[in-house]
Design a protein around this ligand. Sequence first.
Ligand code: CU
Length: 156
Amino acid sequence: MSLPSSSHAYGIGLIAVIIGAAIGVSYYQLYFIPELNAKPIIPEKILHPTDSLTIVIVPGAENPSQEQNFTPKTSKVQLGVNNMVIWKNTGEAAHTVTPDKPFKDQYYGDFGSPGVIKPGSSYQFVFTQEAVITYHCEPHPWMKGTLTIEHGALTS
Ligand SMILES: [Cu+2]
């Protein structure tokens, strides 16, 4: 007789489906929802600003007696306006943009050039939160700059 064994198999199958559904629901609640909420919701114009700020690393910046290196040295950035900052190396030496204290943007992560910025190259970063950041050049620590990131008039 095959009837009892097949109904038994049916019962096991039903239990397996219930366990599977329970695992699925708990995965959704424990892992999927927190992951979804981990990244903050930031206005599009802050994530992808239409304007940028350029800081020029001028020729001779590697010379400690030269006053100009990061130009301008002090900059204000407005969130939702020009919160993309571009460092353009127009000199003959390689430089870095390195924060004095590690800075991690809430959305775009660690700030700082991943290696050196070669002559003719640039490094860019989009800031999404208010901060005051002081930075320097790793091989030439006398090269210093400060960025103040504030809410723009349209986003505050
Ligand atoms: Cu340098």
